[in-house]
Design a protein around this ligand. Sequence first.
Ligand code: HAM
Length: 417
Amino acid sequence: MNFQAPEGTHDITPEQVVLWNRLEKAAREMFGRFGYEEVRTPIFEYTALFHKSSGETTDIVEKEMFTFGDPEDKKGTYSLRPELTPGTIRALIEGQLFAKKNFWKVWYLGPAFRKERPQKGRYRQFTQIGVEAMGSSDPLVDAETMVLFAEILKAVGVTAWELRINSIGCKECRPTYREALKAYIQPLLGTLDENCQRRFERNVFRILDCKVDAEKLKDAPKAMDHLCPQCKAHMAVVEKALQSCGVPYRVDPRIVRGLDYYTRTVYEFSSSALGSQNALAGGGRYDTLVGSMGGPDVGSVGFAAGVERILLAMGGEAPPPAPDFYAVAAGDVARDEVFKTVMALRRAGLSGDMDFEGRSVKAQMRSANKAAARYALFIGPEEALKGAVKVKDMKDGAEQTVSLDEAVQKLQGGKTS
Ligand code: HAM
């Protein structure tokens, strides 16, 4: 019987891990440079947390959560996290971290789960990497999060991306916009798809996200035209900061985001290198969420990116890094002698391997070539007796028999990374 991975899950093969590690390393470095600290939270939380934060009327909470446990339990059921923002905020509040300092800049990387219809770039288990900057209403922080993600993309060589931003206002100006939008949509409602009709009363903004009836809504009122002076000024600072850092962007009134907690700035990075699931990252400001979850009443902003989608944009696969050496057991040598030499070299900080399948010298050389080893080391009975190795430079073919210490020095000198 052949087993298959559950629908919507996927394996990360060794070829993909190389890119994954490259991305993770670049991101970690960038987060450190921008002053973000790492947090790790559980992959499941009480379901109520997501209802309270992500939003009751969102597709994510209504239809896409993996929920389990006993509904009769006093504390309720659990859900696998569909996003990492709620758990991160919960952790900071529960850990009383705001008592230590008012402003936290944190980052995370970990799996998220959504019961979506799987397709390329859309999975039921995927990985989010993201940041939350909690405790400041400064519009420069909004810009900082966007510049940060642009820098990560640059560091991993993803160039085909687009940033679209919008402002959806605050609790002062949003109600006016809501009314304007409702007044516009009301006469069209009968012609819109069922999903939009349902959204009309529950969350009218999400109708703008509709893929089916986009054409009918193209002249809908824009949030940007209904902003209060404070929200307008906020957006102006964000735009100026992006311009001054040379981060290209476009204002797009259709960016409303699929989660309920946003206020003011919202944004999405997309890539033309991907198919229909082209969103690399999404984020925005959420000025009332932390307070509504029992924390201090502070402004916050963050984003999350899909690791798998970034990997696709990076090209999907890469060869593993080339080792420093491949040790060939030549002639009738005791294999534990080769093993001993290999271990000494590894302990000296060199990377490499040997044959564990009892193959011929020719086959071992093929392995050395295939691995693109910098040096092939031959250890035969004579070398073993003298504690020596024959070093072959795989670039120019030059061979030299040297002591083990000399070999270590030579190989360290030839290291490329
Ligand atoms: P989101 O837009 O729902 O935002 O997800 C962020 C990113 O996760 C997407 O842009 C996409 O790259 C990736 N993603 C989402 N769903 C899937 C899926 N089914 N398969 C593969 N990748 C996926 C959030 O989750 C917010 N928590 C972002 C945020 C943080 N806002 C403020 N702080």
